[in-house]
Design a binder for this molecule. Structure first.
Ligand SMILES: *Cc1c(COP(=O)(O)O)cnc(C)c1O
Length: 346
């Protein structure tokens, strides 16, 4: 109501600043820049990491399609490594194996010996809100001068070794889409500890307009990626609920765990060294046949369950991308079912 009464519903207004400040404080990131959605936040972070047309960006085979689309928007090519069965996110072992086998140094950058392309960045994703082993991933990438951008779209409220996900890499990215842990209708956030990069992020997401009371001067091709004030106001209100949402989500996960243990079914729980928001709950069944039966029986009885995302290389636009052997991703794709994960109000 405040934003409507003030008439500042759109791309200027105090709630954007307030939401950014509050997210920075909550996550421990030095800077936070609000965007129109998580995908645009990823796109901006990749651009500001210097990803150029023809570069390669490493990511994981099991992710939501937006991760790969953002790489493509830069004219770069995704390269897929495997996931870890411990975290369901990027496997540091698979990443290291890929780089040790295929990367060579040329004037300070890593190049893929087989494709001849420069490997500029790496985008691990904290799957279903469970933190990846981000410290190991950053250590491996730093040996090869590869920037790490964390796709933390699903992991607001998730911590690795007591530090918020999305604050380890050069950039982290959050989403506030309707299905995420808190929502602004649609929205995203870029996290970084680098003041210069935060300023650039704000600049190119606001059409690269040079601040001036009345003149319209834009000094490069920018994007209209800024979060509207009315959405930011929703975000500020939603943040007041975050602790409560997390408490309920973790309680639901605990109850699922007890239930599925009794049934002898593997319910996926937070990895070592992690505190997870349990954004999307998952069970790992014994085989594809059991998975299909589980999907059919639950859906027939009015309980919405669904298989995990189709692996990226099985989508038509990513079928020719470079990939390593990915047995874990194949294993998980055949067995995982996501189960209801909404927040129940008490
Ligand atoms: C939701 C999501 C995104 C994209 O966020 P939007 O706000 O929907 O653009 C990106 N990556 C992952 C892993 C997501 O789950």
């Amino acid at each position: 109501l405040d934003t409507i009464r003030s008439t500042f519903v759109s791309s200027v207004g105090e709630y954007v600043n307030e939401f950014e400040r509050k997210i920075a404080k909550y996550t421990g990131a030095k800077f936070a820049v609000a965007t129109v959605n998580g995908t645009s936040a990823l796109h901006t972070a990749l651009l500001l990491s210097g990803v150029k047309e023809g570069d390669e960006v490493i990511t994981q085979l099991l992710t939501f399609v937006a991760t790969c689309n953002a790489i493509k928007y830069c004219g770069a090519e995704p390269v897929f490594v495997d996931i870890s069965l411990k975290t369901l996110g990027m496997s540091p072992e698979s990443l290291k194996e890929f780089l040790d086998k295929n990367a060579e140094e040329r004037n300070g950058y890593a190049y893929n010996k087989i494709t001849g392309r420069r490997i500029k960045a790496c985008v691990p994703m904290h799957t279903f809100g469970h933190p990846v082993e981000i410290d190991k991933i950053i250590e491996i990438c730093s040996e090869y001068n590869i920037d790490v951008i964390e796709d933390a779209a699903e992991s607001l409220g998730s911590f690795y070794k007591n530090k918020h996900t999305g604050t380890f890499g050069k950039f982290g990215v959050l989403s506030f889409n309707g299905n995420k842990i808190i929502t602004t209708g649609g929205g995203g956030m870029i996290l970084t500890n680098d003041e210069e990069l935060a300023k650039k992020a704000k600049h190119i997401t606001t059409t690269a307009k040079v601040p001036h009371p009345y003149e319209y001067f834009h000094d490069e091709i920018g994007y209209n990626y800024r979060m509207p004030n009315i959405n930011a106001a929703l975000g500020v209100a939603q943040l007041e609920q975050l602790e409560n949402f997390l408490k309920i989500k973790r309680k639901i996960a605990q109850e699922y765990k007890i239930f599925f243990d009794k049934k002898g079914i593997n319910f996926f729980t937070e990895p070592e060294n992690s505190y997870s928001n349990y954004w999307l709950n998952a069970v790992i069944l014994d085989n594809k046949k059991q998975r299909d039966e589980f999907l059919e029986i639950t859906n027939k009885n009015g309980i919405q369950t669904r298989p995990v995302w189709t692996l990226m290389y099985k989508l038509p636009m990513y079928k020719n991308c470079f990939k390593t052997d990915t047995p874990n991703a194949e294993y998980i794709e055949e067995r995982v079912v996501n189960i209801p994960s909404g927040v129940i109000y008490e």
